[in-house]
Design a protein around this ligand. Structure first.
Ligand code: FEO
Length: 397
């Protein structure tokens, strides 16, 4: 398999996972890549990151298209999550002379993950001189694990920030500017909403540090998806700036599930009420839309309205699962409401309200319930109830 040139003496040598459809609960309809980079100086050569174990042969094959494996002197581990690090031992076996380096937290994690494997730490002031090419390091705890680290080659202005600026996107193209459509930006957004959302403060600080260090970037080469160059880097930084500071729109997400249709009818009238106020609305049944797709819509929405009928005195399991997914991503500064139909016993809306409060949502209005099926009055009441959220979204703008 072949490598792709990134800059003078730097190649992409990663692997393409065309068939991945689920990344720990995050639906990945476009697959992903596990990116690794070969940096070749006049005297030494480094491999920045490895790949998930099944993809090690692909990585080694792409490296061999540039240099024999025995010529690699260093392996840099920017991040120890198994999609990048599980193949480390297999790569080390194929390249036994290479010295392995990671952030100090990464060193500890590698020992824990790989049964006592000892590698060397590098920190902010360390450099590796490859001969006309240098690697410098910036540990970036919680962007997105404690061990996360960025690696930078100043001679070529190439930043290799691992998961930061990544996207789950398998493609023939290696650079975002090779797409005629918006797929890289769409997947960047989905990735941020489903991986980095709870870490906005750390992400913002990381971007500031890159600027403070004067790390000019001609290429931003993340560990998933395509690389960014030229004007795309400005778009990238603008988008991360907005998301990490929590810029929200006049928009409300209506997410729900239904048993016999009444909660579905409620959802649609509520959405009508929201839209009647001139507020954007996104509506999704959590059983037919991936949680990650709904979360992506919530990224810039001020409100979430959540619906479930009552089953066994509580919330439908699919809605409970969605709330748990949202809880992990901790969206801030948003309001919410709960609605649902019931038969002889209610209870779902109270459980949803308690969980959403626990997550940190503001619940400014009471819940909205309907017994059995909706009357014409109930439909009008649903629209009025929804309209409150539409107005509030605009007032907060
Ligand atoms: Fe791509 Fe945090 O792993």
């Amino acid at each position: 398999m072949l490598a792709t040139p990134v800059a003078d003496g730097i190649w992409w040598v990663g692997a393409i996972d065309w068939n991945l459809r689920d990344f720990h609960g995050y639906e990945t309809p476009r697959g992903t890549t596990y990116n690794a980079y070969l940096v070749k100086g006049a005297e030494k050569t480094a491999l920045v990151d490895t790949v998930k174990t099944p993809f090690v042969p692909e990585l080694l094959s792409r490296i061999r298209s540039i240099v024999p494996l025995e010529e690699i002197d260093y392996i840099v581990v920017n991040h120890i999550e198994p999609d990048h690090n599980s193949g480390l031992r297999a790569v080390m076996a194929a390249i036994p002379k290479a010295k392995v380096v990671a952030s100090p937290v990464g060193v500890k994690g590698i020992a824990e993950y790989h049964d006592g494997l000892v590698v060397d730490p590098v920190t902010k002031d360390d450099t590796i001189d490859l001969g006309g090419k240098t690697l410098t390091f910036l540990p970036e705890p919680m962007v997105h694990w404690p061990d996360s680290m960025f690696t930078y080659c100043p001679e070529e202005c190439v930043l290799m920030p691992n998961d930061a600026f990544g996207q789950h996107l398998a493609s023939c193209e290696r650079f975002a500017d090779q797409f005629t459509g918006c797929e890289p930006m769409e997947e960047l957004r989905t990735y941020y909403a489903n991986i980095l959302l709870p870490l906005g403060t750390q992400v913002g600080k990381a971007v500031d540090k890159i600027k403070e260090l004067g790390w000019i970037c001609h290429v931003v080469a993340p560990s998933h998806g395509v690389m960014w160059r030229g004007v795309d880097i400005l778009k990238l930084l603008d988008s991360y700036g907005e998301w990490s500071t929590g810029v929200l729109k006049d928009k409300v997400v209506v997410a729900y599930a239904t048993m016999w249709g009444a909660t579905d009818v409620m959802a649609k009238h509520i959405a009508d009420g929201i839209m009647a106020e001139g507020t954007e609305c996104y509506l999704a049944d959590v059983r037919s839309t991936a949680f990650s797709a709904i979360m992506t819509e919530l990224l810039d929405a001020r409100g979430l309205v959540l619906g479930s009928p009552t089953l066994h005195h509580g919330v439908l399991s699919q809605v409970a699962g969605f709330m748990q997914y949202v809880a992990g991503l901790k969206p801030k500064d948003r309001f919410a409401g709960t609605f649902g139909s019931y038969g002889w016993s209610s209870g779902a809306t109270k459980q949803m309200t308690a969980k959403l409060e626990e997550i940190g949502f503001e619940l400014p209005f009471g819940d909205f319930t309907v017994k059995y099926a909706l009357t014409a009055e109930d439909e009008a009441a649903a629209r009025d109830w929804g309209a409150q959220f539409g107005r509030l979204a605009k007032e907060r703008g």
